[in-house]
Design a protein around this ligand. Structure first.
Ligand SMILES: [Zn+2]
Length: 205
């Protein structure tokens, strides 16, 4: 399926430059893995930054530059890594599932990230609503399986969503399959109402 919702150019450029928090970078990378269009855009950003580097004035070569280059080539000739072709959800280093409600679980992704950020997978069974909430900061999400719908539209496997503190939404699972999403969240989600606060126990992953 071709994703319909993509990261903005700003987000892709920051990703290409390695400027995103690794947790947020993981969520963008999950989308890129499923999106040929963004892989092409990303190569254009990488080519542009390569040209910018090439435009810099040439630096004097170190006396042992040639030896250094040879030793780097030796390193490159190491056996090619085995490519793991399992779906991303099976490759992520997930902590133990924490059940929030019937059909709803959350699991932290054990990946490096800034102290105040959280990176997690949320599984919501078919027909289950989530709590209406706003955001304390930025939130990136890539749908890994299934689909959800919110005020911004339908998000299916591969789709990317970025939210900020201006967005208040209540995602609902669409279709008869469970929806599994990978999130990186800055700060705490702010749930609306008592039920929302209860459901948002998973804010503690
Ligand atoms: Zn894309």
């Amino acid at each position: 399926m071709t994703p319909a919702h993509h990261p903005s150019d700003d987000i892709l450029a920051a990703y290409a430059a390695g400027a995103l928090d690794p947790g947020f970078g993981l969520v963008v990378g999950a989308h890129i893995e499923m999106c040929a269009a963004c892989r092409r855009r990303l190569s254009a950003f990488e080519a542009a930054s390569g040209e910018a580097l090439a435009a810099l004035p040439a630096a004097a070569l170190a006396a042992d530059a040639f030896a250094q280059t040879l030793s780097r080539l030796d390193a490159i000739q190491a056996p090619a890594p085995v490519i793991d072709r399992r779906p991303l959800i099976e490759r992520l280093p997930l902590a133990k599932k924490k059940w929030i409600a019937p059909g709803v679980w959350v699991s932290a992704v054990m990946t490096p990230h800034a102290k105040d950020n959280r990176v997690y997978v949320l599984h919501v069974g078919p027909g289950k609503p989530t709590a209406r909430h706003t955001h304390a900061g930025a939130e990136f999400c890539t749908v890994l399986k299934g689909a959800y719908r919110d005020e911004l539209g339908l998000f299916q496997a591969g789709d990317f969503a970025a939210a900020d503190d201006a967005l208040e939404h209540q995602p609902k699972v669409a279709g008869d399959e469970a929806c599994v999403c990978l999130f990186a969240t800055e700060g705490r989600l702010k749930a609306k109402g008592a039920l929302g606060r209860l459901a948002f126990a998973y804010a503690d992953v």
